[in-house]
Design a protein. Structure first.
Length: 210
């Protein structure tokens, strides 16, 4: 990892939990979808487990675990309906100021496990729609994080080597994806209590010093 942020040629940001406080909407939507379609109510531990995966991956896990008769596509549609009705973009403290500091001197990209539909809405609502030269979403890849495909595609679009790109993530899955792609990564402290051994963690306000 380089000593100072200005030694990099680009930054790649995760979205949910890194730039915006949106994970609660995804988790609430998923939990409501499961309960509406099967009658099963997620435990707090399963809600946390959902944060490290996604609807299509976690639905069959729950189905097998509890003997539920649920379809991933139906769960996803129900979840998206909940998010569309309730989502409000809440930019994490210091994130907008950090982006404003770097947007004229650093190439900026986004790599999100969320759908393109949600990412576009979130960026519009957060007034960040014109910030990123490259935006990679779940619709652009076969495998989501923790698979490195998303970051590899972003690097290809930027035409940069992994060591020249700093990644900002908030989850172990996202950090694993960035590292597997060869990129240095910083964890964003967002109050969720997630950390990865060996990866430094900062708030956006703390990162301004670098």
């Amino acid at each position: 990892m380089k000593t100072y942020l200005d030694e990099y040629k680009a930054f790649i940001f995760d979205l949910d939990g890194t730039l915006i406080n949106s994970e609660k909407y995804h988790a609430d939507g998923f939990a409501q979808a499961i309960e509406a379609l099967s009658g099963y109510r997620l435990t707090p531990a399963e809600r946390r487990e959902f944060f490290e995966t996604h609807t299509r991956a976690f639905t069959p896990v729950l189905a097998a675990r509890h003997g539920l008769n649920i379809d991933s596509d139906a769960v996803l549609a129900h979840k998206r309906g909940h998010i569309d009705r309730n989502f409000k973009a809440e930019v994490l403290p210091g994130a907008a100021a950090f982006i404003e500091k770097w947007r004229d001197s650093m190439r900026l990209a986004l790599a999100s496990n969320s759908s393109r539909h949600f990412v576009k809405r979130a960026l519009v609502d957060a007034q960040l729609i014109d910030v990123f030269e490259t935006v990679i979403t779940a619709d652009d890849v076969t495998w989501r994080k923790p698979d490195p495909e998303m970051y590899e595609l972003a690097l290809k679009s930027l035409n940069l080597a992994p060591e020249d790109v700093m990644v900002f993530e908030d989850s172990p899955a996202g950090a694993a994806a960035a590292q597997a792609a060869g990129c240095p990564v910083v964890m964003i402290e967002n109050g969720a209590g997630r950390a990865v051994e060996g990866i430094r963690q900062y708030t956006w306000k703390e990162l301004k010093q670098f």
